[in-house]
Structure formats: structure tokens, C-alpha cells
Design a protein around this ligand. Structure first.
Ligand code: SF4
Ligand code: SF4
Length: 131
């Protein structure tokens, strides 16, 4: 049985698929291992980063889960924090993900989608934001 956070994250993937971020920070010591497992590593003035959408994401799951970088291990979006804190149930959290996904199908909803992403998902760990 999957944990509630696994149930939420495997139905989402917004922090890996380019929805939230254009890239995520990578520890310099993790560059070689990240390239080895197939991640697309960028060299930027802020240091190494993993390009998003991530090459390791497959059907909303991480193909390199056991070898994922530190940033990925430690990142929690606001919705996941709310789930851990008991502020939302896993069904409520998944409904928010579904709502964002549904709205994102129509370009006319861009502003609404951005508002929902800002409100429910923005984490605070130095990722380069999308949009
Ligand atoms: S954006 Fe949040 S809920 Fe979605 S996969 Fe990432 S941590 Fe999980
Ligand atoms: S390595 Fe895995 S957890 Fe990290 S961004 Fe890529 S798919 Fe997501």
C-alpha cells in the first residue's frame, strides 16, 4: 500500500514535468552520478541544475528514484506540506491536481492555472520557476 504522499505525488509530477520549474538545483558532487542515470544537467551561473521536464520522469514516476538528487529528496511543495500537516486529505489534494490539469488543457485558463499553482504548489527551495 502506497503512502499518502506517494499516492499524491504519483498522480501529480508537477515539480518534475516542467509545470512548476524550468530547472532544479544540483549539488556539484552529484553532477557525475546524475549524468550517469540520464538526467539532463545544465551548467549555469547559479551552479549545476537539472533541466525540466526531467528526463527521468515516466508516467508521473521517477525512474531513478533511489538515485535522485538531494534537491528531489528534500523538496516538498505547499500541497504536500499541507497533506503531511493534515490540512487536506489525499483525495482533496489529488482533486486540486486534477483541477489544475483539467484547466491547463485550455489556453484561456492560463491565469487561473498560474494562480492555483502559486497558491497550492510553490515550494521554497531555489528552483527556477516556470511562468
Ligand atoms: S508538485 Fe508537490 S504534490 Fe506534485 S509531485 Fe511535486 S511534491 Fe508531489
Ligand atoms: S530525478 Fe526524479 S524526482 Fe528528480 S526531477 Fe527528475 S523525475 Fe523528478
Amino acid at each position: 500500500m502506497r503512502s499518502e504522499s506517494e499516492q499524491l505525488c504519483t498522480s501529480c509530477g508537477f515539480c518534475c514535468d516542467g509545470t512548476l520549474f524550468t530547472s532544479v538545483p544540483l549539488e556539484p558532487a552529484e553532477v557525475a552520478s546524475s549524468i550517469r542515470v540520464g538526467l539532463r544537467v545544465l551548467t549555469t551561473s547559479d551552479g549545476p541544475r537539472v533541466s525540466q521536464p526531467c528526463a527521468a520522469l515516466s508516467h508521473r514516476e521517477c525512474r531513478v528514484y533511489e538515485q535522485r538528487p538531494t534537491t528531489c529528496r528534500t523538496y516538498q511543495c505547499d500541497l504536500l506540506v499541507a497533506l503531511h500537516g493534515g490540512e487536506v486529505s489525499v483525495d482533496e489534494a489529488r482533486a486540486i491536481v486534477d483541477r489544475v490539469r483539467e484547466l491547463a488543457l485550455a489556453p484561456a485558463n492560463t491565469a487561473k492555472v498560474r494562480e492555483l499553482l502559486r497558491h497550492h504548489f510553490r515550494g521554497r527551495r531555489g528552483q527556477s520557476s516556470q511562468g
